[in-house]
Write a protein that binds this ligand. Structure first.
Ligand code: ZN
Length: 295
C-alpha cells in the first residue's frame, strides 16, 4: 500500500527546522512520492531544489493567482527554464482566487492564460487553484482543453486541487480531462457538500493531497499539516466510498502516476535518502511572511 501526496509545500519555512523528520514520517505512513508545488518564482526554485535533494519529491513550478502581478516576461522565462528539469512534472499552481483577490482579477486572468499556454507548449499537466472562481475556471479550462484535443496531453490535462466546486463542476472538469484532488476539508466533521461529491466521483479520476502546511485534516485541524496526514484524507475518502483503504490507496496512486508520469531512476527502496548528501538540508525561505496565507 502506498500513497502519493499530490500537493505539498515542503519548501515553506514551516518545515525548515525538521524537513528530514517530516519526510521520514511520510515514509512511515506509506507516502511513496509527493509533488512539491511552486507558488511564485522563489518557491518554484525551492521546489526544484528539494526535488534534486530528495528522491521522493517531485516539483511543479508556476505563479499562484495571489502573486499574478509578479508574472512579468523575465519571470515567465525563468519559470520556463526551471520547468526543463526532469523532476518537474507539472505547471502550478495556477488559477484564479476571487476570494482573497490579492492580485487584480484581470491580472490573474492574464497570468493564468499565459501559464496555460506555456504548459501546453511544454506538454505538462497543470495544477489548478480555484477559489470562488468556479464558473470562470471551467470556461477557461474548456477553451484550453478544446485546443488540446489532439495533443498528447488530452485526457491528462491536470488537476483541480483542494476541489471546492459542486458535483456538476467536478463532472464537467472530468469530462474535459481533469482529475479532482481532495485534501483535509473532506475529513472535517462539519463538511457539508464534500461527502456527497466524493461518493459521486469516479474512482479513476480521484487524487489525494495535503496542501501542507495548510488544511490539516481532522483531528489535526488548525495545526501544521504534513504529508504523512494524507493518509487521513485517504482513509476518510475510502470510508465515504464504502471501499477498503488499500483499494482506495492503490487507485489514487495509479491515478497520480497516470497524470504526472513520475520518472524515477533506480530502485525505490531508498528513495528517502537525500539524492546528494552534500546538498544543504535547510533551505532559506525568502519570503517567510508570504507563507502564512494558504496556497
Ligand atoms: Zn497549494
Amino acid at each position: 500500500m502506498t500513497l502519493i501526496d499530490t500537493h505539498a509545500h515542503l519548501d515553506f519555512h514551516q518545515f525548515d527546522a525538521d524537513r528530514p523528520a517530516v519526510l521520514e514520517r511520510a515514509r512511515s505512513a506509506g507516502v511513496e512520492l509527493l509533488v512539491n508545488v511552486g507558488a511564485d518564482l522563489a518557491s518554484s526554485r525551492r521546489a526544484v531544489k528539494l526535488a534534486e535533494q530528495y528522491e521522493p519529491i517531485f516539483a511543479a513550478v508556476g505563479m499562484h493567482p495571489h502573486d499574478a502581478v509578479k508574472l512579468d516576461g523575465a519571470t515567465l522565462a525563468e519559470l520556463r527554464d526551471l520547468a526543463q528539469q526532469t523532476k518537474v512534472v507539472a505547471v502550478g499552481e495556477i488559477g484564479l482566487d476571487f476570494y482573497r483577490d490579492l492580485s487584480p482579477r484581470d491580472v490573474q486572468r492574464r497570468a493564468f492564460q499565459a501559464q496555460l499556454a506555456w504548459a501546453a507548449k511544454l506538454g505538462k499537466p497543470v495544477i489548478i487553484h480555484d477559489r470562488d472562481a468556479h464558473a470562470e475556471i471551467i470556461e477557461i479550462l474548456a477553451d484550453w482543453a478544446a485546443e488540446l484535443s489532439d495533443s498528447p496531453l488530452a485526457g491528462r490535462l491536470g488537476v483541480l486541487h483542494t476541489f471546492s466546486g459542486d458535483a456538476a463542476m467536478a463532472e464537467r472538469a472530468i469530462d474535459l480531462g481533469f482529475y479532482i484532488s481532495l485534501s483535509g476539508p473532506v475529513t472535517y466533521p462539519n463538511a457539508r457538500k464534500l461527502p456527497d461529491i466524493v461518493r459521486a466521483l469516479p474512482l479513476e479520476r480521484l487524487l489525494v493531497e495535503t496542501d501542507c502546511p495548510f488544511l490539516a485534516p481532522h483531528p489535526h485541524r488548525g495545526k501544521r499539516n504534513e504529508p504523512a496526514y494524507v493518509r487521513l484524507v485517504a482513509e476518510r475518502i475510502a470510508e465515504l466510498k464504502s471501499m477498503s483503504f488499500d483499494d482506495l490507496a492503490t487507485a489514487t496512486t495509479a491515478n497520480a502516476r497516470r497524470l504526472f508520469r513520475f520518472e524515477t531512476q533506480g530502485s525505490t527502496s531508498d528513495v528517502y535518502q537525500t539524492a546528494t548528501s552534500s546538498a544543504p538540508r535547510t533551505l532559506n525561505a525568502k519570503h517567510p511572511t508570504r507563507n502564512s496565507k494558504r496556497k
